[in-house]
Design a protein around this ligand. Sequence first.
Ligand code: UD1
Ligand code: UDP
Length: 365
Amino acid sequence: MKIAVVVGTRPEVIKMAPVIREIKKRGHALLVIHSNQHYSDNMDRVFFEELELQAPHYNLEVGSSLHGNQTGNILIKIEPILLDEKPDVVLVQGDTNTVLAAALGAAKLNIPLGHVEAGLRSYDRKMPEETNRVVTDHISNYAFAVTEIQKDILIGEGHCEDTVFVVGNTIVDSTFQALELNKNFDDFLKKYNLSPQGYFLATIHRSSNVDDPNQLKTVLESLKAVSEKYSFKILWPIHPRTKVALTKFDLKLPSGVVEASPTGYLEFLTLQKNARLILTDSGGVQEEACILGVPCVTLRENTERPETVTVGANVLVQKISVESTLEVVDQVLAGNKKWKNPFGDGKTSERIIDILEERVGRANG
Ligand code: UD1
Ligand code: UDP
């Protein structure tokens, strides 16, 4: 079987790494196509190196631009590659513009499409990712749902039961496989002069939090109040979108909030694992905090990862203000610190390839 894996951004490289490894392990022909939606070394190259992935077979070099332009460029550039390479199946993961474009590219050519992390819904159509998820799910032939929750959502939206598979989330595979790599993880804390349980960690990059100067200012004021109240440093590896916004709006980080560049995956896992608390609006970080057993405060009105909230690992600050953030941080720090990981056993990639071997193999045979 020839499997094309399309990636474009930091989380896609991280979450597809175990799938790529599994495809190679089983001896299938692998084609990795990278849109280069993310291209800075610390958003891209570092992950290929650390996760020991070979360079992509194709790099579409689309870079940053407006949503329609970026999505359209990927679609235009991927079509001749798919026509030429004729993969048996195309796999995409998540909800980025790369995912939407590659999914459309495959569907228009009648190439079977598998969507990894299917069925997530925030029910917030202002989020660009929500449109990408809904469209990709509805044109995919294999919807790889994380839990029964996403399966029910997909069936409720009219998906045929026979095309939805509950497989878990590959982020568990990624986390476990990364922690198994033989690295000196302690060095990552020393780099920032941090001790286990002695700091908070932040990541914020959602368009709804950073593209509006007033909202971003409120986020900064809230982080300042949290750092002051608990006398904890907040380490913040700043996403490029956020960095651009801070510069554009001429906003400075408050004292107590320590800026860092985006880090590699092993470094970020170490920073998460040892943090007393994580403040985030990232999808993947909500999942990883939950897997690693670290309490999480999500600075968003909604989440498409409701399992994290249900198990007690994550609380949302729905309308961000200094008061509401402090209230949620108080609640989370006083709360339960033990919960069950709802995202699977680390064998999600194996299940995905099992299903493709069975289904795509059958269709071809
Ligand atoms: C994208 C995804 C988002 C995902 C995030 C992961 C969409 C609509 N959004 O958001 O779902 O959570 O990736 O991190 O697909 N930039 C750089 N270097 C890079 C990449 C981006 O400097 O390597 C800067 C550019 O100024 C760019 C901005 O970041 O304009 C935003 O990048 P973009 O890929 O458009 O969206 P993200 O916010 O990264
Ligand atoms: N991550 C990282 N370095 C960082 C911040 C995040 O390696 O400085 C990893 C993190 O461990 C997670 C993924 O990036 O696996 C999440 O990506 P991001 O927050 O950019 O996107 P989202 O998950 O919100 O789509």
